[in-house]
Design a protein around this ligand. Structure first.
Ligand SMILES: [Zn+2]
Length: 632
């Protein structure tokens, strides 16, 4: 089971770990199958070629391990993954989404009002706006409001009539709206409302493949939700499906559902008139249907706005946290209420540990929630999807093999850890997704350490290494909506652990983690910003270390010779990029050995010499060590 699980875990397209219901096939066959698969979002042909690392200066490393798999991407991938001229000129301010699912027919219909503002005047006066909506969904009409009004023959701009915009398909997954007759002023809030319908792509193995989820619960009641990380929110609603542009003023989601079901989403449930205003009085009086409107006040990723519809019941709690009273709310299927009341006590433990390490929970205004999901889990902002069967571990197993992973509920800890890394700090491009998954994976180590001690945390982190494949670099291809290697999880966590021990000052390390969440609060970032921030705050230039672990598959080797008579260690790095200079910090005395690729000798104390061995070093640093004989 270990080999299978290792493979499964490192090939995840998304955050959460793999269920044991995946392909049962040999490793090689399965990988081939995955590489060849063609989906709406992954229309590419992988061919094994030598990746051109010349661009990033690694030509000196003519080693087979740097021969990464290069992918061929389509025009549609570029339209989806890059900030092209039809996307860049406008900034999303808010989404107001209404959706009405038909469980029997597996169809949805809905509308989305997008509030936006124009950032600058495009060179092309014929103003076009790219809206993403994936087949087989169909965009029906687009109407304009507010300032997007034509000038009448007298030059007046006070029309109150709705206007239909012309639009055409740009690719299978996007449309171009023609705004040329509806000039938009710079820095003025405008809006459009898009009507759409159809049969959305259905998720077969959520959350690892995306789409709408049509399920029945154990009692035969309809249970619906969506998972769309990677695939994109445009699989179920029209939007600007680009991670770097979050709606600054939040979003609302109205779900029109049978009145026997409850509908839950991100943020808070609006009541009465407030909800009525959001949904514009539509469909509220239809027999046997009921509508629920939820709203988040904070910026949110497209892929995190998610409906959850089923026979849900609710219980609540509060936590006195760093920013005051935090509302906790839990939504589970009616027959799981008692189990949830016990298991979800861990949410408070998680919040206390992560507020200590990362700073205040980033969405007090929107509350913290766990919502039972028909899949294992996902980091839906302020409404974490939970499907771990109300038991500890990862579906009852420990990813680290150390035993510590069985002490707590993997989904409560990991998916909620994303509230800080993914939801608070979001990468512009999913090629940099290690910032989400590496830090969140590391949150598991910190949780373990917080409640079971430092050595438990070390055990857990060390144990995760068995899941690392080092088959391709962690950082993926930019501009094509393509994430990097699954190593972003466990190798990412081990990179952070390594950096922590090079700093060897937990107070400073904690300040850096909290500082990231404060200085990049509700922002979208690049990996470079995060890397530079850590180097600057630590006072150690980790740029070569980041390059090594994020952009190559080489694991540095520390070669050393101990001369006990002279009380020295002579050491250097190999199997690394040119200029690699990770300092090894000696735990007993906090002395930094600035080891480089050239042999150097360092004088050590007896305590330091006693500490300097393979076990101690490899436990703190994700490297290999080798006792060698250097040439004189
Ligand atoms: Zn994750």
């Amino acid at each position: 089971m270990i080999t299978k699980r290792k493979y499964l875990l490192t090939n995840n397209r998304h955050c959460k770990e793999q269920s044991n219901l995946f392909y049962v096939a040999s490793l090689g066959t399965t990988i081939q199958r995955l590489l060849r698969r063609t989906t709406d979002s992954y229309r590419y042909v992988r061919s094994v070629t030598i990746c051109s690392f010349a661009l990033i200066g690694f030509t000196q490393l003519a080693t087979a391990q740097l021969m990464a798999k290069k992918e061929t991407f389509t025009h549609a991938d570029t339209l989806r993954g890059s900030l092209n001229p039809n996307r860049d000129w406008w900034d999303v301010l808010r989404y107001d989404i209404t959706v009405k699912p038909n469980f029997e027919k597996k169809t949805i219909e809905g509308k989305v009002t997008i509030k936006f503002k124009k950032k600058y005047l495009p060179n092309d006066l014929r103003q076009s706006m790219q809206i993403d909506l994936q087949e087989p969904l169909i965009l029906d009409s687009v109407i304009t409001y507010q300032n997007i009004k034509p000038t009448d023959y007298r030059g007046n701009r006070d029309f109150t009539t709705k206007y239909h915009l012309n639009f055409g398909k740009q690719s299978s997954n996007s449309y171009l709206l023609d705004l040329s007759y509806f000039p938009v002023a710079i820095n003025v809030k405008d809006s459009i409302t898009i009507y759409y319908h159809g049969k959305p792509k259905e998720a077969i193995r959520p959350p690892w493949d995306g789409g709408w989820i049509w399920r029945k619960d154990a009692k035969g009641n309809p249970w619906m939700s969506v998972a769309c990380q990677g695939l994109g929110a445009s699989a179920w609603y029209p939007c600007k499906d680009y991670q770097g542009d979050e709606p600054d003023n939040g979003a609302s989601l109205t779900m029109i559902v049978p009145d026997t079901l409850m509908a839950v989403a991100n943020g808070r449930l609006l009541k009465g008139n407030e909800a009525e205003r959001q949904r514009g009085n539509e469909a509220s009086q239809i027999t046997n249907l009921k509508s629920y409107t939820w709203e988040v006040k904070n910026p949110i990723n497209n892929y995190l706005i998610i409906p959850s519809i089923g026979k849900y019941v609710n219980f609540t709690d509060t936590l006195m946290g760093e920013k005051g009273k935090l509302d906790l709310s839990y939504w589970v299927l009616d027959y799981n209420l008692d189990k949830a009341k016990e298991q979800f006590k861990q949410a408070k433990l998680m919040l206390r540990a992560f507020e200590y390490w990362f700073g205040p929970y980033p969405f007090y205004e929107d509350s913290y929630k766990l919502v039972e999901s028909p899949h294992l889990g996902m980091e839906h902002q302020s409404a974490t999807a939970y499907g771990n069967k109300f038991g500890n571990g990862y579906l009852g197993s420990d990813l680290s093999g150390s035993g510590w992973g069985l002490k707590w509920d993997y989904i409560i800890v990991h998916e909620s850890g994303h509230e800080w890394f993914a939801n608070n700090i979001t990468t512009n491009d999913i090629a940099d997704m290690w910032v989400h998954e590496g830090f969140t994976d590391y949150s598991e180590t910190l949780f373990t350490e917080h409640y079971y001690g430092k050595e438990a945390g070390n055990d857990y982190n060390f144990g995760l290494r068995r899941n690392i494949q080092n088959d391709q670099p962690i950082i993926g291809s930019y501009g094509v909506n393509k994430e990097g290697s699954g190593d972003m999880y466990y190798k990412g966590a081990n990179l952070i652990h390594t950096i922590r021990h090079a700093i060897n000052n937990d107070s400073l390390f904690r300040q850096i983690l909290r500082g990231l969440n404060k200085d990049f609060y509700h922002k979208t970032v690049t990996t470079q910003q995060v890397e530079n921030y850590i180097s600057k705050k630590a006072g150690i230039n980790f740029s070569k270390t980041f390059d090594q672990y994020l952009r190559t598959t080489l694991i540095p080797q520390l070669n050393y010779v101990i001369d006990t008579a002279k009380a020295t260690v002579t050491a250097n790095w190999t199997n690394c990029i040119d200029g690699f200079d990770l300092p090894i910090t000696l735990m007993p005395t906090n002395k930094h050995l600035q080891i480089t690729t050239k042999q150097q000798s360092f004088k050590l104390t007896n305590a330091e010499l006693a500490w300097f061995n393979k076990t101690n070093i490899e436990r703190q640093f994700y490297i290999t060590t080798k006792q060698v004989t250097f040439q004189p």
